[in-house]
Design a protein around this ligand. Structure first.
Ligand code: UT7
Length: 376
């Protein structure tokens, strides 16, 4: 039997930090409200493109696995933030890494994109289509956030992380998955203004309206993640006390606590990053996984439960059995370009574009795919 072991991991967090107090300088909100309702204190705002964040995370994951970019068979770019629609973003990462053999796929199931990517790549390895894969979760939500809407603007952040999967005959990597979509509620989370439906209208990329029914999503998220976790554990013949670690999607601390309580798993076995990074959509799970590894909280042979949900409303719960190695084989020297602005300055640039006279974002975007190479 073939399995898909997780052999490398790496994150790339943009350095600029946007605090709750920064948000309160232009929104009718308070640090107290944000902290008590969400658990969030700060989030990151990127000064570079999503493809650059993804490529640096990918280079770090490859070095960790000791795998040369030239040996990568498959790149999955999981996320809802694409620099362009065509060419796709995974091919941009491929160029930056120098991975000529790879097949490159963009996969968008909103916040669950990394998890669906992990399931897809695992299936492709287990069926022999590819031998190794780079799976990335990445978001650059700050560029299409409606910064005038306090219901959503306080919740999200930017970031990226990646893992390397390699064919193995030991039973490790993803050993179970429940995937689904509560499509009847898809209108509860909608970003209007980006996509073909808006072509020809006099709007620029940053002009978005977010339809976001927070309380409805909250309830459905807790229910879907809890039920999917029960099902994936039952299918694997495991009980909650056999789960060593939970690495959940990070949308709200109260959602995470509710899912853990339903599963009967104490919070000291749950990885939480939402206070530092907010909701990074597809990037939350891989970033939390990388931080768990760096903090030595992943043990050899450990069982990890990964519940997630997002726009669609897609949901899932994955079960991963970790292998023997919990330390990196190598380190990449890939770095982002230096950031010379504060997070608030970066946000204010996007906000300026959202005025009724709609200036273009052209000045803000760093040149996309200047064929920067971050790989070996
Ligand atoms: O990853 C997938 C996407 N993420 C999610 O789906 C998150 C799911 N939902 C949630 O996390 C929570 O529902 C929220 C954090 C979004 C909202 O928390 P809530 O406890 O459900 O609050 P609420 O929406 O019921 O709003 C309560 C009040 C409202 O005022 P009124 O109508 O009671 O006077 C809001 O207008 O809080 C107000 N409010 C705010 N006040 C200060 C909403 N946003 C803010 C804000 N600052 N940023």
């Amino acid at each position: 039997m073939t399995y898909a072991a997780i052999t490398g991991w790496g994150a790339c967090m943009p350095p600029a930090i946007l605090t709750n107090h920064d948000l309160a300088t232009f929104l009718d909100t308070t640090d107290e409200w944000i902290t008590s309702r969400t658990g969030m204190h700060e989030r990151r705002i990127s000064h570079v493109t999503a493809t650059e964040l993804a490529a640096v995370a990918g280079a770090r994951a490859l070095a960790c696995a000791g795998l040369a970019a030239g040996d990568v068979d498959l790149i999955i770019y999981g996320g809802t933030s694409n620099d362009e629609l065509c060419p796709n973003s995974a091919s941009g990462v491929q160029v930056m890494l120098g991975a000529p053999r790879a097949a490159s796929i963009d996969l968008n199931t909103a916040c669950t994109s990394f998890c669906y990517g992990l399931a897809t790549a695992t299936a492709m390895i287990r069926t022999g289509i590819v031998r190794n894969a780079l799976v990335i979760g990445v978001e650059l939500i700050s560029r299409y956030m409606d910064w005038s809407n306090r219901n959503v603007a306080v919740l999200f952040g930017d970031g990226a992380a990646a893992v390397v999967l390699q064919s193995s005959d030991r039973e490790e990597g993803m050993i179970g998955a429940v995937l689904g979509c509560d499509a009847g509620a898809r209108q509860t989370l909608r970003v209007r203004g980006v996509g073909c439906a808006y072509a020809g209208l006099d709007i620029s990329f940053g002009d978005t309206i977010w339809d976001f029914d927070g309380p409805a999503i909250f309830k459905r998220a807790v229910q879907a993640m809890s039920e999917a976790s029960t099902r994936v554990l039952r299918a694997a013949g495991l009980t909650a006390d056999q789960v060593d670690l939970v690495v959940p999607h990070q949308a709200n601390l109260r959602i995470i606590e509710s899912v853990a309580k339903y599963a009967g798993i104490p919070m000291d076995r749950v990885i939480v990053t939402v206070h530092k990074y907010g909701n990074m959509s597809a990037a939350t799970v891989p970033v939390a996984l990388v931080e768990a590894l760096e903090a030595r909280r992943v043990k050899p042979g450990g069982v990890i439960l990964i519940p997630a949900f997002g726009g669609g409303l897609t949901y899932c719960s994955l079960l991963v059995r970790w292998g023997e190695r919990v330390t990196p084989l190598g380190q990449s020297d890939a770095e982002l370009a230096r950031c010379t602005q504060t997070a608030l300055e970066l946000v204010n640039q996007v906000r300026a574009n959202q005025d009724p006279h709609g200036r273009s974002l052209k000045g803000l975007m760093t040149p996309v795919l200047a064929e920067m190479r971050v790989g070996r």
